[in-house]
Ligand binder design. Structure first.
Ligand code: AMP
Ligand code: ZN
Length: 465
């Protein structure tokens, strides 16, 4: 059965046909490494992981790139505040991001290009040169280079904005006086004192790339001029992805992306979870409450990606219960299957069929839990043969390749340990090191080890405990 996906560009569900099947070129906007990613960001990365895994389960060969934005206003501001060089400031957040991906079982992309990589900076400069040659960009009085949106007639098509409306606001005063049009966006930002040491040479003087050109350059540099899929959260649609289309198509003259996919936001009390609103949880915050990576994974995946999802602790408990049901079911099936491995051919999986329909995860999970109910009943009634049990286990293996939620023993830090770790953090803040050592011993006696690292306390199960 064909896979169908909702394309933001056409606002319609379309049959998925990559340019060069079975290859699929997929670009996903990655984190800005000025702090720990919050679980809203991870909702986006988990939806992309689900998409990749499902496409792979259907025989596609996905080549995925996720960029790391390690230079922009926020990273520069952060490094200025801590007095570190930009790369020193961003390094721990990059490391933490990769740790978090692993905790959430998100498959690693094939490449994680960094915006500050000299090869990428050169690619950005080359693109900007082409845009200027073609009359699509210009250097303004402030020495920055801007994209001229009125020279790209399709500008606004992704976000379904009317360019005339955007333009009708006309020139604005204050800091934007230099631009020809209020909607023109910077592709190269001229150095100013706030940037400190952060600057690269370019034909337009010292400066740094704009955020949008970073993604256009990194995507085309690593995946070529035409992509099959480009993803992000809905907040990326405008201006970021709109600008990416204008810049890339402005340079190549070819259609940049066949399918644009965007996930709805993770909310807290009905508001978008975001750093600026201060209503966010990092993955570490949730783990410290005693939840495991797979529980967070399940909680963030279980709602369709285009439906806003409200984050609550009850939702986390529901995720725990659901996984508990899966764990119990698998244990029963294994017991029942015994040594039987003659499971026969795997039948068509209705779980996968549901995902074919624009990643209909609730339909897919409905199939799973209905199967769990029925097979459990058959086990109770002693009507499930060991061959059937083995067959269901094989069925589950297909699902697990996509869901990736089985218990692999990397279970959560128990609430009791998390509470002691928190007390220890308080003791250390108060410089009460005797108390801190006492708590470390207490944690050790319960089978856990705590280490102090640059990123705070790291808690692991003690070997052999
Ligand atoms: P940023 O680091 O802000 O560039 O965001 C990285 C990714 O996370 C982007 O794809 C955003 O669209 C996405 N994102 C940010 N906040 C949320 C949220 N509350 N829910 C879902 N996705 C989000
Ligand atoms: Zn991007």
């Amino acid at each position: 059965m064909a896979i169908r996906l909702f394309n933001t560009y056409s606002r319609a569900v379309e049959e998925f046909q990559p340019l060069d099947p079975p290859r699929v070129k997929m670009y996903t906007c990655g984190p800005t490494v000025y702090s720990h990613a919050h679980i809203g960001n991870f909702r986006a990365y988990l939806f992309e992981d689900l998409l990749q895994r499902h496409l792979e389960s259907r025989g596609f060969e996905v080549e995925r790139v996720m960029n790391i934005t390690d230079v922009d206003d926020k990273t520069i501001r952060g490094s200025r505040e801590t007095g570190e060089a930009l790369s020193e400031f961003t390094a721990p957040f990059k490391r933490a991001f990769f740790d978090d991906l692993d905790t959430l079982r998100i498959k690693r992309a094939d490449a994680f290009p960094e915006a500050t990589d000299p090869r990428q900076i050169s690619a950005m400069i080359e693109m900007i040169k082409t845009l200027i040659e073609r009359g699509l960009a210009y250097q303004a009085e402030d020495k920055s280079v801007y994209f001229r949106i009125k020279s790209f007639p399709d500008y606004g098509k992704l976000a379904h904005f009317n360019l005339d409306e955007l333009q009708s606001t006309g020139r604005v005063k204050s800091d934007e006086y230099e631009k020809e049009n209020v909607g023109d966006f910077a592709v190269w930002k001229a150095w100013d004192a706030e940037d400190g040491e952060v600057a690269w040479d370019s034909p337009w003087g010292r400066g740094r790339p704009g955020w949008h050109i970073e993604c256009s350059a990194m995507a085309t540099q690593l995946l070529g001029e035409q992509l099959d899929i480009h993803c992000g959260g809905v907040d990326n649609i405008f201006p970021h992805h709109e600008a990416e289309i204008a810049q890339t198509e402005g340079c190549t003259g070819k259609k940049f992306v066949r399918y644009w996919l965007h996930c709805a936001h993770l909310l807290v009390d009905g508001q978008k979870m975001s750093k600026s609103a201060g209503n966010f949880y990092t993955l570490r915050d949730v783990l410290a409450r005693g939840y495991s990576g797979r529980e967070v994974r399940y909680a963030l995946l279980r709602v369709h990606y285009r439906v806003p999802l409200n984050f609550t602790w009850e939702g986390m408990d529901e995720a725990r219960q659901a996984l508990g049901r899966i764990d119990d079911w698998l244990a029963r099936l294994r017991e029942h299957a015994g040594q039987t491995d003659d499971a026969g051919a795997a039948s068509e999986n209705q779980f996968s069929a549901a995902l074919d329909d624009d990643l209909n995860i609730s339909g897919a999970l409905g199939v799973l839990f209905e199967t769990i109910r029925e097979t459990n009943r058959a086990i109770d009634q002693q009507t499930l043969s060991s061959t059937d049990a083995a067959r269901w286990l094989r069925w589950w293996e297909q699902i697990e390749r996509v869901l990736a939620v089985t218990d692999t023993g990397d279970s959560a830090i128990p609430a009791q340990i998390a509470a002691l770790v928190e007390q220890r953090a308080q003791a250390r803040l108060a410089k009460d090191f005797a108390k801190s050592d006492e708590l470390r011993d207490q944690i050790a006696s319960l089978g856990w080890e705590v280490r102090d690292t640059k990123d705070g306390q790291k808690v692991t199960r003690r070997a052999g405990a």
